[in-house]
Structures are given as C-alpha cells and as structure tokens.
Write a protein that binds this ligand. Structure first.
Ligand code: B12
Ligand code: SF4
Length: 498
C-alpha cells in the first residue's frame, strides 16, 4: 500500500528525521510504497531572508558561531520559490494518493503537525507515532482526525498495520498500537499490549532517498560534509528530571531485559558502510543518549570496523563514562567531536533541580581527557530553571568559559510531557505550550525579557573576552551594537584554527 510520512518542522530545521527514514526502509522491505511530505526545505510564503529578518527582529535566539563554510543552508535555498505549505501538502496527497498518512511527532511539532492535517482533511487513515504520541497516546487518539497511535517502537507495528490494512484485517491485536474504533457516533479506544523490544541488529540502514538531499548538508570546522544523525542504541541509564527517559523506562518495563540496548558493532558498521556507498555519507552524529555507555570491548570492535570506513563522527557523552582509554580508541575510530551536557554551572541546581547527578569536577575531568585527544567539545546548557537567578546564569557562562567550550547549545527549560519537571511544574502552568522557543511561562527568578535576551547572547559571552561583557549588556538596548557584536564574534571564530 502507499504510505505518506509527514515531517512537519520549521523551515531549514534540517536534521533528517531518522525515525521516518528507518520506518520507510522497513516498509519498503515489505513491498510497500513510501513517500514523505517534509517541509524542512519548503520556503513558506512571506519568509524573510537574513538581512530583512534582521531588520525586523532584534535578537537571534540560540545563535551559535561556527567557522564559516564555503556555502551554507541559506545559499542552498536562495533561489527556491516561496510556497503555501498547506497547498503543497494537498498537492502531495492528490498526486501520491496514500492509503495511510503516518505522522512522526515530538512535543514541539505535534500541534503544528495536527493543524496541517486539520487544514487538509485527508480522506485516508491517519497514524501518529514518535515520542509525543508515545507519552500522550490517549490525548492524541482523542483528536478526531487520528485513527491510530503507535506507542514506542514502530519498527514492527507500522508494517504489521500496513499489511493488515492491505488485507482488510483486524488491527486490534497489533502490539504497540492504540486503535480508535468508531461505532456510529461513539468511539472506543483499544489499547493493545506493548511488545518485546525490537532486536536492533535486525533493523536496516535508514532510507535517505525519500528526503531532499539538502538534509545531508553538514558543516564542520569550516568544511561541508554529507551527514546524518544516526542511533546505534536505544534507552539511557540516567533519569534526569527534564528528560523523558524515566517515564519511558517505566512504560516499557517488561519489554526487554534492559531499557538500554545497543546495536552490535558489526551491524553499526554494516549500516554505515551501506550509507556511505549509497549516499556518500562521510559524517555521522551518533544520536545515542550516552554513546560511551557501551562496554569497552564494543568500542574496540567499533574502532576496528569503523577505521577502514574513514568516517568522521560526533557523539554525546556522559562525563561519568569518559575514560582515557575509551576516548582514545574512539578518536582512532574517527571521532572528531563530543558533546557534554553541562546544563548549568551551579552544581547544586544541576543535581537538585535537574536530577542530573554529575559534579563539576567530573565534567572538568572528562573535558580534559577529551581535549587531550584533540576532539572538539561542545556543551548543552539550559536556562530558565525553577528559581534560577541572574547570578546562576553567569555561573553557567563562567563555567563554560573556564572549560574553554568553543560553542554551546542553549535552551530555555521546557517541562515536556513525560519529564518529572512537567509533573512538578508544567501540568499546572496556565500559559503552558510546547511549541514556542520562548515559552509563555517563566519558572526562573529572572524577568522574561532578560531570559530571552540571554538566549540570544549566550554564545557571545562565550566567544568574546570578558572586556566585552559590558557591551553585551548595552546591546540589549542597541540593535546596531548587537549586530556589530555578532560580526566580531563570527570573525573571531572564523580566525580560529580549531
Ligand atoms: C536526533 C534528535 C533530534 C534532532 C532530529 C529530531 C527528529 N526529527 O528526529 C533535532 C536536532 C532536530 C532535535 C531537535 C529537538 N529535540 Co530532539 N532528539 C533527538 C534524539 C537524540 C534522537 C531521535 C531519533 O532519531 N531517534 C532514533 C529514531 C529511530 O527513533 P524515534 O524517532 O523515536 O522513532 C521510533 C519511534 O518513536 C517510532 N516512531 C517515530 N515516528 C513515528 C511515526 C509513526 C507513524 C510510527 C508508527 C512510529 C514512529 O518508531 C521509530 C522506530 O522505532 C532524541 C532522543 C532519543 N534518544 O530518542 C531527542 C528528543 C526526541 N528530542 C527532544 C527535544 C526536547 C528536542 C527539542 C525540543 C530540543 C530543543 N529544546 O530545541 C528540539 C525540537 C525540534 C522540533 N522539530 O520541534 C526530546 C523530545 C521530548 C518530547 N516530549 O518531545 C527527546 C526525546 C530528547 C529527550 N530525551 O528528552 N532532536
Ligand atoms: S538528559 Fe540525557 S543523560 Fe539525562 S536521562 Fe535524558 S538522555 Fe539520559
């Protein structure tokens, strides 16, 4: 049968969604036809290009400075026409005529995806899957447009559903599927049981062919590579309060021996080799939650298998798992970049508010080890934490600076469904929303205006010397000064060797 996936994201949110690519590969293996409606590279009507946008908007949220590449994503879309996304979606449905529309959604893009479906009102069946529907299955299935929800892994469930719909069978026994049965005006939700975890060694390489090839654009240290995010494990040993892993671990209790599972090095290498041969992939960001949780023998085996493939890769690591030996072997395997979750420069807040039981000294030690192998380091940070003050914010800046982090990702804390923070704070917030970069609520002790300004200047503080800090403060009131500072920061990064 024909299945149309939907990846409804912001324009130029270019990370290729691995969930869809993987499910597409599995469906094709079973003889189904697959296409995707993906708006990452559809320039929406009235979209402003940089200069025009800069003259309207004062600050650029979450900006980070990377060494300039010969061309960037904006260049790749410069001559694309502006389109109406809803019209494009209708057109795609008319042309492909799917029997099933399969939407993949995180909390951030769930409402956006649902609204798109609502505007077009497709006649075929609709299934939602991904992390948000997994955490809020009833809420999603109660929307009148939705017929099925996949809870957790879709690797078996989706293909079973498609085979079943093809044969006119009964989907109410398919594991991991919630099914809406309509009886006249009333409806009933059937919650099928959750099946055993998928054996990660049986999954194929992701099908990148259904996506716009510009998804593979991957800039790194001034060069452009062809890359994707790829997972080689599922689950995480930790349970930070702002993350969904605690909830997922509870939900899937009994589905396998361990919540954290790894794909064997042989299968990882085989999949990468196939991506390299088929699509010319030469850069991979392993999206596993904590890549170095793998046993040491696995890392040795990965090195032996990946080295001949000559792939550059990055991964996220938990400081507690960083050892000299593991990092050295990974560097030999082709690792060029590692990301560490600092989250906040205040250890007490990190532990008590975020449930991230990692000390400053563990972070410092891990970074020293990684740096010794000349692996580029970046960090994840969160602001807007419950009770956080301006002093705490500057602790985070100072800690990143002390560690000489060249670029950092910064987010405002969102109590996403499934996290402890959501249960403690999100559920009772009246201006709670999942979609916006700057939320309607404010859990910190900083004024909201200040918080959003900090989101725009975090990396300026990291890149520019402390003598500029007064100017960064001043730039809050001067768009011209703000733009000048962005330029100085970008020039500083362009001039760097590493
Ligand atoms: C890579 C990644 C990204 C990438 C790409 C995301 C993407 N579109 O796939 C980028 C960098 C863009 C990203 C951004 C963000 N991310 Co992110 N990301 C991840 C990460 C690390 C891996 C996702 C992945 O590819 N997994 C591998 C694939 C195979 O698994 P999967 O996508 O879950 O798919 C499986 C099932 O879910 C299911 N499935 C998925 N879709 C569908 C659809 C159908 C129809 C069916 C039947 C089944 C199905 O089947 C698949 C195979 O089993 C996860 C953490 C994690 N380990 O999962 C966080 C995660 C998904 N991200 C998260 C967050 C919070 C964000 C951001 C909000 C961060 C921020 N503050 O900006 C943004 C939001 C972006 C947006 N679009 O709105 C949270 C989501 C929490 C939530 N409640 O939604 C996660 C879970 C991290 C965490 N532990 O908290 N992210
Ligand atoms: S935040 Fe990272 S380390 Fe903590 S539970 Fe989530 S994925 Fe694991």
């Amino acid at each position: 049968m024909r299945i149309l996936f939907v990846n409804c994201v912001n324009f130029l949110e270019s990370t290729l969604p691995e969930g869809i690519a993987l499910l597409s590969a599995i469906l094709k293996e079973h003889g189904h036809e697959v296409e995707v409606f993906d708006n990452a590279f559809l320039k929406p009507k009235n979209y402003l290009m940089d200069e025009e946008a800069a003259s309207k908007k004062r600050w650029v949220y979450g900006i980070a400075f990377y060494k300039a590449t010969p061309y960037n994503l904006k260049d790749l879309v410069a001559s694309d026409p502006e389109v109406d996304i809803v019209e494009k979606f209708s057109e795609k449905i008319r042309e492909f005529n799917p029997s099933l529309i399969a939407v993949s959604a995180m909390s951030r893009n769930y409402k956006k995806s649902l609204n798109l479906i609502r505007k077009v009102k497709p006649a075929c069946k609709i299934i939602f899957g991904g992390v948000h529907p997994t955490l809020m299955p009833e809420d999603v299935l109660n929307q009148k447009e939705v017929d099925f929800v996949c809870v957790g892994e879709g690797d078996r469930a989706l293909v079973e559903l498609c085979d079943c719909l093809d044969k006119g069978g009964d989907p109410t026994k398919i594991e991991n599927l919630y099914v809406k049965l309509k009886q006249g005006r009333s409806q009933k939700i059937i919650k099928n049981r959750l099946g055993e975890f998928v054996d990660l060694d049986t999954i194929p390489p992701p099908d990148l062919g259904i996506f716009d090839a510009r998804h593979l654009f991957r800039p790194f240290l001034g060069n452009v590579y062809k890359g994707i995010f790829m997972s080689t494990a599922r689950g995480c040993p930790r349970g930070c309060f702002y993350c969904v892993n605690n909830k997922l671990r509870d939900l899937f209790k009994g589905c396998g021996k361990s919540y954290l599972r790894f794909q064997s090095p042989k299968v990882v290498a085989r999949r990468i080799e196939s991506l390299k041969n088929q699509y010319g992939i030469n850069w991979i960001k392993f999206s596993d939650d904590t890549f170095l949780s793998r046993p040491l023998e696995d890392i040795y085996e990965l090195r032996d298998l990946l080295k001949p493939l000559n792939i550059m890769f990055g991964c996220s690591v938990d400081p507690a798992t960083v050892t000299e030996e593991k990092v050295k072997i990974l560097q030999e395997a082709g690792c060029v970049s590692m990301t560490i979750g600092i989250e906040t420069g205040n250890e007490a807040i990190r532990k008590k508010v975020l449930g991230r039981y990692i000390s400053d000294s563990q972070i410092k030690k891990a970074i020293a080890i990684i740096r010794k192998q000349c692996i580029k380091i970046s960090s994840f940070n969160i602001i807007g934490l419950p009770g956080e003050t301006k002093e705490n914010f500057f602790q985070t800046i100072r800690f990143n600076k002390e560690l000489e982090i060249p670029d950092a990702s910064l987010y405002i804390l969102y109590p996403f469904p499934g996290s402890k923070i959501f249960e403690d704070y999100g559920a009772s917030l009246d201006k709670y929303d999942y979609e916006k970069t700057i939320p309607g609520f404010n859990l910190s002790k900083m004024p909201k205006e200040e918080l959003s300004y900090f989101l725009s200047v975090f990396n300026l503080y990291l890149v520019l010397p402390e003598s500029y800090w007064g100017k960064i403060e001043e730039a809050k009131r001067s768009p011209k000064l703000y733009k000048d500072l962005l330029k100085i920061a970008q020039d500083t990064v362009n001039a760097r060797q590493f």
